[in-house]
Design a protein around this ligand. Structure first.
Ligand code: NAD
Length: 509
């Protein structure tokens, strides 16, 4: 089955979804709904071409007010001094409220981002699980003690919340990504200002309602909405902010680190990727083909973790690409509100144009399109699942993050060549190795410089396992057992007991 010539959307389903929530939203600062100066940013569903939400266009003064509220709540409020058990209870209650509102949150993310509703539901369920994991870590947070420093010395290392955290998130997984940061910052006792993407703010604003319902004190978490340079930039530069936790593009991440450097803020950066899937001839080919299709087209390829580079052993390359092309042509692209849609809409018309430009440039460089290649006719923005073959490591498309449903294929003959190709980008977020041979799987996995290596699977995740990138894919790790510690400072207590040995009197005097 080829992708349909025209993508149709179901107006009844859209109207039913729109009936579930008010169009207009407000920022949340110090527990109050704030409209900014009254100017609103409209967000249209990229699948339906209809305005679905309106958020305030926040300004620098709104960002400053939110930082001041978070500062006050940190310096004088109860949250940083709260017991771990009470913090954990609030996180667990929030998780229950997320479960209660799962359908609404999923609809908000779907309408604003264009992702399939069935997928969004899974993301919200996963997000609730992360809030529960953070609650478990809240009660585990502890420091260290040293009783082995001599009879008159005792060392105790405390973990204290780092302070005010700016949390800046992108549009591709709006609710999931804020849930990879906020519950851990709150578990540590920090206070926060969150800035969601201007295109997908609704689910984060809804989360604020849930936190208030769960009993979070005013000012502990604040949300400002608007454009990056206007409200994001002040959150990275303000001297009252102690840490920046950012997920987004490498370009903006670099600017955020530079802005934070003036006051030496701690940074946690989750940035772009160009992730290779390495397929060896002894792999389970059906499983590898399924994962290659999923890796390339999940979330329409708008995924930091997308498996956007297929590195194929030359002995299986042709057959593999044929199998992949058949799947690319049959994967269901369509209305995100349809239950069986696998690939939804592209975030904006502008971004769709950029994806097409990458493909056209690759063809000019000598690559060959084996499936898809461009947009599908629709009232929204849809792109056909695309394969670009005959790519070499020197081509721009082999290195750039396309961030669309486009996978490139390259081939190799030896393990060493495979590792070198895998490492031939500035990124290092994730990779997968497909082989039944343990030497190949482990040996190649150890050679690839990336934060996550999957073996015979792709894009699996669980809160217990840390996630983050090597090189220009990021700084630091999220999730995993250290996720709460990341939002803390260490304080050393060095205690002396008994008589002091004098510094200036001779020994024995
Ligand atoms: P983006 O960098 O354009 O925007 C991210 C956020 O930063 C948005 O909220 C934006 O408004 C804000 N922003 C923009 N300019 C700013 C500035 N000067 N100062 C402070 N904030 C500013 O990214 P995007 O287009 O929203 O998302 C796509 C990118 O995110 C891709 O590169 C993708 O790989 C990356 N991403 C990474 C991960 C990961 O975990 N590694 C996860 C998801 C997305």
């Amino acid at each position: 089955m080829n992708a349909p010539a025209r993508i149709a959307v179901d107006t009844k389903k859209l109207n039913d979804a729109l009936a579930r929530f008010p169009r207009d939203r407000a920022m949340s600062i110090a527990g109050r709904a704030v409209g900014g100066d009254g100017e609103m940013i409209e967000r249209s569903s990229p699948a339906h071409g209809v305005v679905v939400t309106r958020i305030p266009r926040g300004r620098a003064e709104d960002a400053r007010a939110a930082i001041a509220a978070a500062r006050l709540a940190f310096d004088n409020g109860p949250w940083p001094r709260e017991t771990a058990s009470n913090r954990a209870r609030l996180l667990l209650k929030t998780a229950d409220l997320i479960d209660r509102d799962r359908e609404l949150i999923a609809i908000l993310d779907t309408l604003e981002s264009g992702k399939p509703l069935a997928q969004a539901r899974g993301e919200i369920e996963g997000a609730a699980d992360i809030w529960r994991y953070a609650a478990s870590l809240a009660r585990e947070l502890s420091g260290e003690s040293y009783a082995n420093l001599g009879a008159d010395r005792l060392g105790v290392v405390l973990r204290e919340p780092i302070g005010v955290v700016s949390i800046i998130t992108p549009w591709n997984f709006p609710f999931l990504i804020v849930s990879q940061k906020l519950p851990f910052a709150l578990a540590a006792g920090c206070t926060c200002v969150v800035k969601p993407s201007e295109m997908t703010s609704a689910s984060t604003l809804h989360l604020m309602n849930l936190l208030a319902e769960a009993g979070l004190p005013e000012g502990v978490c604040n949300v400002v909405t608007g454009y990056g340079p206007e409200v994001g930039a002040p959150l990275t530069a303000d001297p009252e902010v102690d840490m920046i936790s950012f997920t987004g593009s490498t370009r903006v991440g670099r600017a955020a680190v530079a802005a934070g450097a003036a006051t030496l803020k701690k940074v946690s950066m989750e940035l772009g990727g160009k992730n290779p899937q390495l397929i060896f001839p002894d792999a389970d080919m059906d499983a590898a083909l399924d994962a290659a299709t999923f890796g390339a087209y999940f979330n329409a390829g708008e995924c930091c973790n997308a498996g956007s580079r297929l590195l194929l052993h030359s002995s299986i390359a042709d057959e593999f690409i044929e199998g992949l092309a058949a799947r690319a042509r049959s994967v269901k692209v369509g209305d995100p509100l349809d239950a069986d849609t696998r690939v939804g809409a592209i975030i904006t018309s502008d971004h769709l144009g950029k994806i097409e430009d990458h493909v056209t440039a690759a063809e000019r460089d000598g690559a060959q399109v084996r499936a898809g290649g461009g947009r599908l006719e629709s009232s929204g923005f849809f792109m056909a699942p695309t394969i670009v073959d005959k790519v070499t490591a020197a081509m721009a498309i082999a290195r750039a993050e396309v961030f669309g449903p486009v996978v490139v294929t390259l081939s190799f003959d030896t393990r060493e060549e495979a590792i070198a190709l895998a490492n031939a980008t500035d990124y290092g977020l994730s990779a997968s190795v497909w082989s039944r041979d343990v030497d190949t799987a482990i040996g190649v996995g150890r050679g690839v410089r990336a934060g996550t290596i999957w073996v015979n699977t792709f894009m699996d995740g669980t809160p217990e396992l840390p996630f983050g990138g090597y090189r220009q894919s990021g700084v630091g790790r999220e999730l995993g057992r250290n996720a709460v510690k990341d939002y803390t400072e260490e304080k050393t207590f060095h205690v002396h007991t008994g008589p002091r040995t004098s510094w200036w009197l001779p020994r024995g005097a």
